[in-house]
Design a protein around this ligand. Structure first.
Ligand SMILES: [Zn+2]
Ligand SMILES: [Zn+2]
Length: 432
């Protein structure tokens, strides 16, 4: 079986490739990039996708997704999350371990990976840092990694004890996996709802100081250096956080980081109408933070764009702001936000934007993915960077609708998502 993607602009940042070419997939793997003549292929056995005017890239990777299963299937399941991912152009997603039960032992890792095998896209998982996310006792890191978890993460439940964090990072380093850190000093944020600043004062909402994030980024950098652990800072939102990471990188400390589309496309003004969908953790910051995040994306200090896709049911958001759950969905709006706010504005070239959603997360995780090399598994995304799109939450494949950008008009979208050579999502028919 072959599948030929004809005449697209093939962009693969892992090999500095950006040229008009054909891409041939045979038996689920990329077999050739260049000029391929259909006549030389066995006509009965394959199909052709005309990618003229479209961009062909490695399948996008989202290293920060909340799949909610097990335990919160009413928000999302592994399968609905995977379908949302496919619709957003992602071929690989990495689930966070703060489910119920938490992904804190071999059995739950195996459960998630087994369910993931039947899902629409590649589903990977992380394991928790501590048992039941309680921040007290180290989880069975070795068993979880042995069972296939790709990293350890304290997302949602940041480890407050520096000494425990040191031991966890030492163990992660020994196992050769990165630690994905949600950086938040809980003693400063216990009642916080939104960024501490003018907007929060005007709205009269309880403050969440930027320092709560920055102190923990600094602490985790120090501990990672001590433990010789690869640290990946999740969802960076502040100018000071960027500064800390820049400092660490300049010292040769093994740190990578991510930010999310909502942190460079929205500010705390999104809470002006008390929209609970704009309540996220960490909170939306100010325009000057947004400007610094864009600079840091441009200069490479921010390695990765991840969504922190955080689905919640309607009744968890249709309440007073103080009672609403933190988080918004992100898989199906990420690429349009990246194209609109970063590529169209000249912050990043299209190739650099794609790098931050393909080879950069693959490198941060240490997984063999995110490239279009001949012989590689054919995980491919086809993008129309000029398409006009209106965000329609009601049409999301995700089970949840919690986004503050419903109705927003954006540019750029994925038009086909291919996993192991099979089209798993497309918005126009394949020509044969
Ligand atoms: Zn988090
Ligand atoms: Zn998260």
């Amino acid at each position: 079986m072959w599948f030929l993607i004809k005449n697209g602009r093939v962009i693969d940042p892992s090999q500095n490739l950006d040229e008009t070419a054909d891409l041939l997939v045979e038996n689920g793997r990329i077999s050739k990039i260049g000029k391929v003549s259909v006549e030389k292929l066995d006509n009965g056995q394959g199909s052709v996708y005309d990618a003229t005017g479209l961009v062909v890239t490695p399948g996008l990777i989202d290293m920060h997704v909340h799949l909610r299963e097990p335990g919160f299937e009413y928000k999302e399941t592994i399968e609905t999350g995977a379908q949302a991912a496919a619709a957003g152009g992602f071929t690989t997603i990495v689930g966070m371990p703060n489910t119920k039960p938490a992904v804190d032992n071999r059995a739950v890792v195996e459960y998630v990976l087994n369910k993931g095998k039947d899902a629409t896209v590649n589903v990977l998982t992380t394991g928790t840092a501590t048992k039941a996310n309680e921040g007290k006792e180290m989880a069975e890191l070795g068993e979880m990694i042995d069972a296939g978890a790709v990293a350890i993460s304290d997302d949602g439940f940041p480890v407050q004890s520096a000494d425990l964090m040191r031991r966890i990072m030492e163990y992660a380093a020994m196992l050769g996996v990165p630690f994905l850190a949600h950086c938040e000093d809980k003693s400063m944020t216990s009642d916080g709802i939104m960024n501490e600043g003018i907007m929060g004062t005007i709205l009269g909402l309880r403050p969440w100081p930027r320092q709560a994030e920055e102190i923990m980024i600094w602490r985790n950098i120090m501990i990672a250096d001590l433990a010789k652990c690869r640290l990946h800072v999740q969802h960076v939102t502040t100018a000071g956080g960027v500064e800390a990471i820049r400092w660490a990188k300049s010292r040769g400390i093994a740190v990578t980081c991510e930010t999310c589309p909502h942190y460079f496309s929205l500010t705390d003004e999104a809470l002006k109408e008390y929209d609970t969908n704009a309540k996220v953790c960490p909170p939306l910051r100010t325009q000057s933070d947004v400007d610094v995040l864009k600079e840091a994306l441009a200069d490479g200090t921010i390695d990765v764009i991840a969504t922190d896709h955080a689905p919640h049911a309607q009744n968890e958001k249709e309440v007073e702001l103080q009672d609403a759950a933190f988080g918004m969905v992100g898989l199906e709006s990420a690429l349009p936000l990246v194209v609109t706010y970063l590529v169209k504005t000249g912050v990043l070239s299209l190739a650099d934007a794609i790098a931050r959603m393909t080879i950069a997360p693959a490198n941060a995780l240490g997984i063999d993915s995110g490239a279009l090399k001949e012989g590689a598994i054919a995980d491919i995304t086809i993008i129309d960077p000029e398409a006009k799109v209106t965000v329609k939450a009601s049409e999301f494949k995700s089970k949840s609708r919690n986004t503050p950008i419903d109705g927003m008009e954006l540019t750029g979208k994925s038009v086909a998502t291919i996993v192991s050579g099979e089209i798993v999502y497309e918005t126009k028919p394949v020509k044969s």
